[in-house]
Structures are given as structure tokens and as C-alpha cells.
Write a protein that binds this ligand. Sequence first.
Ligand SMILES: Cc1ncc(COP(=O)(O)O)c(C=O)c1O
Length: 417
Amino acid sequence: MLTPHLNRLSDGELVYEGVRLADIARQFGTPTYVYSRATIVENFRAYQSAFAASKPLICYAVKANSTLSVLALLASEGAGFDIVSAGELQRVIAAGGDASKVIFSGVAKRSEEIALALSHNIHCFNVESEAELYRVNEIAIAAGKRAPIAFRINPDVDAKTHPYISTGLKSNKFGVAHLDAVRLYMLAASMRGIEVHGIECHIGSQITELSPYVDALRRLLSLVDDLSARGIHLHHIDVGGGRGITYQDETMFSMNDFAQAVEREIAGHHLDLLLEPGRSIVGDAGLLLTRVEFLKPGETKNFALVDAGMNDLIRPTLYDAYHPVTAVLARGGAPTIYDVVGPVCESGDWLARERALVLEQGDLLAVLCAGAYGMTMASNYNTRGRPCEVMVDRDEAHLIRERERFEDLIAHERIII
Ligand SMILES: Cc1ncc(COP(=O)(O)O)c(C=O)c1O
């Protein structure tokens, strides 16, 4: 097994759950994102069973993969949702998600977005600044409501991840400073439009060590105690998301160790637990299927030029991220070292570097672990329509999003000369 439910048959072809990837390429074309329904469900249930003792509200981070079928599947499993925009809230609702299980994160929420979330009676606003607190209060008063809030605390711990996805350091834009938190909670508790509910942190993404979580939790819990002594009793603690996945050779702390560490820390505090996992629910549940257009031997490098580019999967370009790449049909013979690169006119347009592959022009490649921050970060750069998306469910493949056509790309433009 290469990633969960992805196997190679004895004839050398890759099969995802019960569907051959070559058949998906024939039916739907390439590039195509393909997801495994079983993997998404198993990843979600892994949280539920490890955290069975604390029964957390698991708010899936919509930004990781916001495709309606993915959201609908998770909603049917009982998930809540962590959103960062009105658009994500509308997606959750369109997918049949329960707004009362939605938490709203983000550093620069617009007034209309706050009003919309309030009108849907979401579970909680994760407030990230004093200015935002005032804004939420005003909008709630105008609506005749009290907005449930938690402050996102910046605990100033190093999540030991890529600088672009580290969010819990003083130098990051996220959250309110630990030192300022008590003052802000006192202020919030005095506001007519605010109901103080909880405390939150999210220290980063693709975290592979448990210790930053424990450090952050301890800093939050010291605040919980401090506030309690001042008569402010919080109802929930939200540990954020960030649990990493294995892209290459990362060793991950186990889900049980994670649950035990969190539950040990919060024991005795009488707090409901919230989690905001994204990547660890969908990351290894998806791949990007792409076709080799040309093989181009170079003086210093050999290139496999494929039909997926940085506009389809930007993680390698953006974070130097590693994705495993494997041929859909395993061929015999000596491998060649290739850089797998896309058709986009940027030298940064690469998907994988220095991979040993046996390839012929027209072969299919699977770029693995592309289920999170793949399609949600795709763009139309170079006027390329975004890929279609397919969900495999045992031996069936369902088209869950059509490939974008040229007409879609120009639909909102006006020619003025
Ligand atoms: C506030 C918040 N919660 C949750 C997540 C999900 O993180 P991950 O996909 O690493 O689990 C993010 C992602 O950056 C986030 O910003």
C-alpha cells in the first residue's frame, strides 16, 4: 500500500479503493484530483476513537479541502467545521453542515461576514484582535444578539514546521498576545454583545512533534485558571489543528498519544474540547493524476513534463513541499532521474525533483498526499481551468466537480476598449 487504499495490482497498475487510476484518466481526463472516501472517513473516525473519552467537537478545517462532497461526507460523520470566510460558511451550509457546529477563525473578518455568521447562530467566533472584538460586539448589539467568542491566543511556541505554516510565534500575525489576554477577556466580559465562551490556539500546520501542543496547552490553561480566579469561567478549550501527515519520511506522534496528552493536560478543568484538524483528515486521502506530455532530456537534468502545474498544486512551489510521485503503470527497466515539472511559464513550476522513474511519453503519474491544500489553493494562472475532482467509493468513481471550461474562466469579464 502506497497511501491508504492505494495499491498496485499484479499487472503493475495502480488501483484506488477498487478503481483503476488508468480508468479514471480515460473517463475524466487529466489532470484530476482523486479522493478516497474510505480514507477520509477512517481519518475522521481515528480522531473520534482516540478522543472517545473527551468527545470533542471536531471542527474540520474547511480550507484544507472545501469541495462540497468532502464537506457533506464529513457532516454526515458528525463533523463541525472551522471556517475563515463567509464563502466557507456558505459552502458548509450548501453541503448540509450544521451551522451550530461552526467556528469562525481568521484575522480580518469583514463586517458582512460576521453578520452572516451571527445570523446562522454559529458555535463560536475565534477573535484575533481587540479591534475585531469591538466589531463583533457592535454587530451583535445591532442584531439584538450576543456573539459567543473565544480569543485565539498566540502562545509564542515554536511548532517546528515550515515558517510559512507556523502561526503561534510572536512574530506571526495570528491571535492575541498571551500577555494581553486577561485584559481582553475582562473587556469582552463587560460587553453587551459578547458572551465569553472559550479559548483557542492554532500553532501551525504539518506539526510532527507533540511537545509544542503540550507547551501551548499549558500556556492556555494557565490563562484559564487566571481568568477563573477573576470570575470569568470558560466553557471550552480549542487546541486548533496542525497534526502532520507522512509525505516522505516524517514520523508522526500517534493519535492515541495525542489524545492522551491533551486529555491529561485538560483533566480537572471542566472544559469542553474542540479540535480543528484539516490536513490530517484529507491530506493522504487524495492524489493528483497527471499525464506525461513529453520527456525532455537536458544537459544537467531530465524533465518529465506533465499536464498538471503549479496552478493545480502549488505546495511544492510555495513551501518546497515534497509529494511522493509514482507511475500509474509500473514499467520494467532501469529508472531515470527526472524533475517532474508542469506546463506553466515559471521556473518554479515543479511538482517533484530528482525522482527515479521508468517512464514513456503519455504515461500517467500519481502525485500522492495531495488531498489537503491542493484543489483549495489551485488557480487559473496561465488561463488554465482547474482540474476536475473524482471521489472513489469502493469500485465506483464519482465526478464531484467538473473540470473548469474556458467559458467558466471568462464568465465574469467585460470587454471595455
Ligand atoms: C485556525 C486554523 N485552524 C485549523 C487549521 C488546520 O490546520 P491543519 O490543516 O494543519 O490541520 C488551520 C490551518 O492553517 C488554521 O489556520
